[in-house]
Ligand binder design. Structure first.
Ligand code: ADP
Ligand code: MG
Length: 399
């Protein structure tokens, strides 16, 4: 039995017209003889009535019961799975909606960002026949005790690829509102190009560094089980991006630089060593104990600098003050990534990065690098200008 997983993101099911396209996509594949498992996200984005953010906004005060919060967040996907299943029914196809738990997705109890422990495929396989399309609520699982959990932002991608793995699907299609994974976010770089073929490793780097489209964990799962992924636009027939092993790619000589991505919502913390008698390692330990993740660490004799996510700033300030650190904060920062392959040590790249950013009179607050990325930290207000300029400098745009 050939199984295909089709995942539709929030914007793909955002209104009646796009839901009509989604149904057409499913029926097209069905008619080719595949058995279809659909994974669906909550309807729409921030502001739309049943989106995850809108559901969360119903609770005004900070709510500490994370278990209940997951119950609330899980509603968005349940609603959209039933709406979609119903539309398929109206078109004359048998279908059934399943919650994450009913689809066999068992997680730990880390509410809000649960880890999937196992996938029990029996229920889906029992229900999946040539005549029955299964619509699974994305982003959701269940603990062994029966509590609903969620998998973190972008978690529907994880659901889709995990089901692809468990059901030995022929391929997994990720449908979204852009034509594939691109050399930059097309919302800010108008001449960004679709990357037709990409290997798991490069896609992971892009996803990890902020190219939304697919969750990095989903890419990791696909790589470990060699699952073929296609990223496509729900609304048009463009070819999209195919994800495969590097050795299978048409062009297996990867580009040194393939994209510019960014992650917003960062705060830089600067510790002046002359004014502190505590060492940085103690501070990092304190942050680790409080689950604050630290990025872009740069240590020198005079100053230590690193970044944290904005959501952790209040807790970080408390830790810094209670432990008597002398520090300064630089809020509203954005980490821009120049993503590629084996770029470390290649002469000239850093100087081109600096040239293209300074040309726009943008200040670089910090840099760091690895073999597959160079990161620069800038103020959020400079993100668009810097991204555009870097994209141009490395000739990534449409020719
Ligand atoms: P979905 O609701 O389908 O899960 P996401 O918002 O998670 O959609 O991902 C799609 C969005 O990712 C696009 O609308 C686009 O603006 C953004 N994006 C950011 N970086 C990239 C990139 N490099 N290539 C394509 N899209 C990108
Ligand atoms: Mg997404």
């Amino acid at each position: 039995m050939s199984i295909v997983i089709q995942k539709f993101g929030g914007t793909s099911v955002g209104n009646e017209a796009s839901r009509k396209r989604v149904v057409e996509r499913i029926i097209e594949k069905k008619k080719k003889g595949h058995n279809i498992v659909v994974v669906v996200s909550a309807i729409g984005r921030r502001g739309d009535p049943y989106s995850t953010d809108s559901l969360l906004s119903l609770i005004k005060t900070k709510y500490s019961n994370k278990r209940d919060l997951d119950l609330l967040m899980g509603c968005g996907e349940i609603i959209s799975s039933v709406v979609l299943s119903n539309l398929l029914n109206q078109k004359g196809f048998e279908s059934q909606a399943l919650t994450g738990g009913q689809a066999g997705i068992i997680t730990d109890e880390n509410y809000g960002n649960s880890e999937v422990l196992s996938v029990n495929k029996d229920n889906i396989l029992n229900k999946l026949t040539n005549d029955n399309i299964i619509v699974v609520t994305g982003f959701q699982g269940i603990t062994s005790k029966g509590d609903i959990t969620t998998l973190g932002r972008g978690g529907s991608d994880i659901t889709a690829v995990l089901l692809g793995e468990a059901l030995k699907a022929e391929f997994v299609e990720i449908y979204t509102d852009v034509d594939g994974i691109m050399t930059a976010d097309p919302r800010i770089v108008l001449d960004a190009q679709v990357i037709d073929e990409i290997c798991y490793e490069d896609l992971y780097n892009m996803a990890e560094n902020g190219a939304k489209v697919i969750h990095p964990k989903a890419v990791e799962i696909a790589e470990r089980s060699n699952i073929k992924i296609k990223i496509r636009n729900t609304l048009n027939n463009s070819k999209g991006t195919i994800v495969l092993r590097r050795e299978k790619a048409k062009n297996n000589m990867p580009k040194i630089i393939n994209s510019i991505t960014y992650k917003d919502g960062k705060t830089q913390i600067i510790i002046n060593n002359k004014k502190n008698n505590k060492n940085i390692q103690q501070l990092i330990n304190l942050f680790t104990k409080s689950n604050i993740s630290i990025d872009l660490i740069s240590i020198s004799l005079e100053t230590n600098m690193f970044t944290i996510d904005d959501k952790d700033v209040t807790l970080a300030i408390k830790i810094l003050s209670e432990n008597g650190y002398n520090y300064s904060l630089n809020r509203d920062c954005c980490k821009i990534s120049i993503v590629g392959h084996k770029m470390k040590g290649i002469p000239g790249i850093m100087s081109r990065i600096l040239k293209s950013v300074y040309k726009e009179n943008i200040q670089i607050l910090q840099t760091s690098d690895s073999h597959s990325s160079i990161w620069i930290l800038v103020k959020t207000k400079d993100t668009i200008k810097a991204t555009k300029s870097l994209h141009k400098e490395f000739n990534l745009g449409k020719k």
